[in-house]
Each structure stands twice: as C-alpha cells, then as structure tokens.
Design a protein around this ligand. Sequence first.
Ligand code: NDP
Length: 304
Amino acid sequence: MPRILDGAAIAAAIKKEVVEEVQRLAGLGIRPGLAAVLVGHVPASEIYVRSKVQTCAELGLSSDLIAPPDTVTTQEMLNLVAVLNSREDVDGILIQLPLPKQVDAKALLDAVDPAKDVDGFHPVNAGRLQAGRPALAPCTPAGVIEILKRSGIPIAGQHAVILGRSDIVGKPAAMLLLHENATITICHSKTRDLGAITRQADILVAAIGRPGFVTPEMVRPGATLIDVGINRITTREEFERFFAGDLKREAVFAKRGSTIVGDVHPNAFEIAGAYTPVPGGVGPLTIAMLMANTVRAAKMRRGL
Ligand code: NDP
C-alpha cells in the first residue's frame, strides 16, 4: 500500500512552530504583520485571501486586508504598494493573483520591496533562490520541500522530475530540489516523450493544471508523487473518469456538484510508494508557508 503524505498534519506542525516564534517575537515587542491586497470580486481569490487573513489571526500575526475595486489602475496599485513598502507594521505584502487585465501585474510584483515579498515572486528573490542565498521562497514549492523532508523521503541523489515550469511553482520547485541535491529534470508542454522521462522519476512533482494528466503508465512503481494540481471537475463524465466507485467522493460530488482532482490520475497513486492526496496534500502547506515567510521577513528586516 502506498503511503499517504498528510499535508494537513504537516501544515499544522508548521503553524504550531509559527505560533511559538510569534510568541518569542512578542517578547521583543515585535508582531509580524501581513498586508493582503485583493482586487475586485474573483470568488476563488476571495476564499484564498479570507483564509490567509483568518490564519494570521489564529497564529497571532496582524493582518490588513486592502480591497481596491476591479477598476483600479496600475498607477493606483503602484501607489498602494509604495505605501505598504514604507509601513513599519507591514512585514509581508501579498498581492492576490489574478489581477484585472488593465493592471500590469509584472510591474506591480516588481515594485514590492523584496524584503516584504512573502510570495517570493520578486526577481530579486527568484535570483537569490537560484544563487542559493537565503531568500523568501515561493510558498507552494517551499511547502513541497517541507512535505518531503518532514515525511523522511530522501531527496539527495534522487531523480526529481518536475512537470511544469511556471515561475510560481515549477521553476522554484526545481531550484529548491536542486539545492537539496536532487538530480532534476524540468518538463513542459514542448517536452517530447514525457512518459519516458516521468518513468525515471524517484520523485515526480506534477504542477501543470491538467486534471488527472499523470496516468499509471507514466509512473515508476514505488515513486513518490507530489500532486500540486488543483482542478475542479463538474461533469458526471469527468467524475466517472477519475472517481468511479469512490463512494466518499460520490457523496461530495452529489452534495456540491463538483469535486477537486489533481494533475495525477487517482489510479496512478496506487502504484506509488508515497503520494500527496488532493485535497489535503500540498494545498494546506501553501498558507502555512506564507505564515512562516511572514515571520521570517519580520525577522530578516530587523536583522534577527
Ligand atoms: P501555469 O499554468 O502557470 O503553468 C503550467 C505549466 O504546465 C507550464 O509550464 C506548461 O508548459 C506546463 N504544461 C501544461 N500542459 C502541459 C502538458 N500537456 N504537458 C507538459 N507540460 C504541460 O500553472 P501553475 O504552475 O500556476 O499551476 C499548476 C497547477 O498547480 C494548477 O493546477 C494550479 O491550480 C496548481 N496550484 C496549486 C497551488 C496549491 O496551493 N496547491 C498553488 C499554485 C498552483 P509551458 O510552459 O510549455 O506552457
């Protein structure tokens, strides 16, 4: 039987450590603070940001939710970021993506003070990560490393294949795994004979945003599967393709009219040595690492 890597439990352990650190900093008169910027009314973004702000409150960090209208201009957003950069009570700045079309997202992310860039998206932090210098690393890939390490899965010397090369997940995941001494291969939409490469993976990280893309034939038996994908499925046909006979899922699907599947087909998990389920695998780590990054930023800014 493959081992299920329990992301929720690992996230809870990280949050407990964050609370301890927040309490230690309180003794020094420091309260780490996150400013979350949520533009307009994208339902998924609203859920994510609400959850981030709520977690701040639970762990003892301060938070400030700023919600400009979806008509906001790039210049207005740049002005806002300049204010947040200069605010002493703000250690972390999070700009929830996606932004409306008229806003130049790159210009905005580049304007965030790298010392407050808790998402790790600023080119300075991406460069530091590549150079192996202490950096605020993107939360989801940092969470992937925490899952592997805290589950005792060896990384050094292993062949890690990363499916996806986005700046948010694929590339930083590859860099972090490289720094942990894995041998890495990065695959993308132009990669030829993908299955021949993924079958060589000791650790396969799937981050492409295609429901159930990784099938059993693409997996070496015993490999560790890290499924980053979050794909909502809403049709009965798709449901049957992934979850036929799964009564627990059936109940969720019947109740909500949708369920979540990762980038790995559930059948592929059966031949793995270990895997992260969806939901409850990588997902919970993203917020936990955001909290850890905010505390880290608060300390780094003060030279602690
Ligand atoms: P992007 O869309 O930015 O990147 C997708 C990557 O996958 C690209 O590099 C693309 O290649 C590659 N790709 C797409 N189709 C294929 C294919 N058929 N074969 C090989 N490679 C392919 O996505 P993200 O990195 O932002 O997110 C990936 C997934 O992770 C999504 O499901 C997203 O929802 C999820 N996610 C989950 C998070 C969490 O908290 N668990 C956080 C962030 C994302 P190319 O570059 O050539 O186009």
